[in-house]
Ligand binder design. Sequence first.
Ligand SMILES: C[S@@+](CC[C@H](N)C(=O)[O-])C[C@H]1O[C@@H](n2cnc3c(N)ncnc32)[C@H](O)[C@@H]1O
Length: 207
Amino acid sequence: MDIILKYFSDFSEEQLRQMQALKALYQEWNAKINVISRKDMDNFYEHHVLHSLAIAAAVEFQPDTKVIDIGCGGGFPSVPLAVYFPEAEFLAVDSINKKLTVLKEVAAAAGLKNITTQHTRAEEIKNRKFDFAVSRAVAPLKDLWRWSKPLLKKGMNGEVANGLLCLKGGDLAQEISESNVRPHVMNIHAIFPEDFFAEKYLLHVKA
Ligand SMILES: C[S@@+](CC[C@H](N)C(=O)[O-])C[C@H]1O[C@@H](n2cnc3c(N)ncnc32)[C@H](O)[C@@H]1O
């Protein structure tokens, strides 16, 4: 948890309580339904919570901003973001229902009221619009953009235009060139210089 406070300090007591509760809740639920590698639990706040909050370091979601997490698994990045932005609304979707069980149980136990789930493939969602789509480790940019584009409203509420925000790692040159979009690429290691964030990026594609 110290690593979160190293970079983010402006938490209410409720947010602090929720952030602190996450590790034990994920430990409990991950033992029943595996959503994150068990050896990674030692680095839970750095590898999962801080990684998710790279989005919060780049974008300030305004109150009532609607955000969809595509392929949320057990809740990354949406659960840490829902704690961080209590006035934004999150819909977390995944094609594997049991992963959503972990998310729902953790969110309920932490007292998160701004996150709901839907068991679906992202490409099957109809008639819903969001300001942002977020995603970590789900699919090549080309697919993520094909799925998220019809779900996004054009516009700008804060300082960053509505669009897709996805967390990715490694050499992205080929993936970007095959995507037919031009994302803005932010180097996470430049904001969080921990070794874990070497070659980790946040990509933004405008709606
Ligand atoms: C490697 S996991 C990552 C989970 C989570 N985002 C994280 O970072 O911990 C990828 C997830 O994407 C989901 N997924 C893959 N394709 C999907 C699609 N088309 N629609 C919804 N979920 C999808 C999978 O079921 C899986 O839970």
